[in-house]
Design a protein around this ligand. Structure first.
Ligand code: C5P
Length: 230
């Protein structure tokens, strides 16, 4: 799958989501991320409807449970036709293998290493992980690769580290993106689309700089242009 911008559709419901997608002209179909809020509000029908409109979909549900449950849940999700699904790498290699089996080979499967909202200090003090953050991320990414996953979610600043450990074809899907002239909101370590490309991101996940822009279509085009260098 080629590099692309994935728009985080962090909307509360179907109407808001479709109002947003309706702003895009026919023939310009952003790659869409559906997260827990929208999925829990509207259910699997929302994924089917957005797929039927011709969008590619990253279903960001971050599964983390016993391997048998994750295998069966992923088998159910595989029927929705999402292009990317994900799990927490903390669920172990066995759980990630089960997820891969359940999802099948058609969709990409990626893992969250450590959430970017988790600081190194909290990871060590609360989760009792002794290693530093880069060591932990590299190790979790190698676990994901060993389990047959296609890549990880990480900060663009960690994309190089992941590629060094897992190879250049192992995908990095990176949030925390802001235009040079846009608000940081609650994101702390932010990167521009052009810098994310330089750092080796395969997919950037962009929410508010596009969804809250006065002209979301223009913001999405600008983001694609900067990230893809076209
Ligand atoms: O609006 P913004 O561009 O900050 O949205 C980023 C999206 O990426 C949100 O859906 C957020 O939940 C998601 N995300 C993130 N950091 C992670 C994992 C996911 O910002 N580590």
């Amino acid at each position: 799958m080629n590099k692309d911008v994935i728009v985080a559709c962090d909307f509360a419901g179907r109407e808001q989501t479709l109002n947003f997608l309706d702003r895009f002209p026919e023939g310009e179909k952003p790659f869409v991320k559906i997260g827990m809020e929208l999925f829990y509000a509207e259910g699997p029908a929302m994924v089917r409807e957005i797929k039927a409109r011709g969008h590619r979909v990253f279903l960001d549900l971050k599964l983390h449970d016993i391997p048998n449950t994750v295998r069966k849940a992923m088998a159910v999700l595989s029927r929705l036709g999402a292009d990317i699904c994900n799990v927490h790498a903390a669920g172990t290699v066995e759980m990630m293998r089960a997820a891969r089996e359940g999802l099948g080979p058609d969709a990409l499967l990626i893992a969250v290493t450590q959430l970017t909202s988790t600081s190194e200090e909290r990871m060590q003090r609360e989760l009792l992980i002794d290693a530093d953050m880069p060591t932990t991320i590299a190790h979790y990414a190698r676990n994901a690769k060993e389990a047959g996953l296609n890549g990880v979610v990480c900060s663009p600043l960690e994309a190089g580290l992941v590629k060094e450990n897992c190879g250049k074809d192992f995908l990095t899907v990176t949030p925390g993106i802001r235009f040079a002239d846009s608000a940081a909101d609650d994101q702390v370590r932010i990167t521009t689309p052009a810098r994310a490309r330089e750092l080796g991101s395969d997919f950037i996940v962009v929410g508010r700089p596009i969804t809250a822009a006065p002209d979301p279509v223009a913001a999405w085009r600008r983001c694609k242009k900067e990230f893809l260098g076209i």
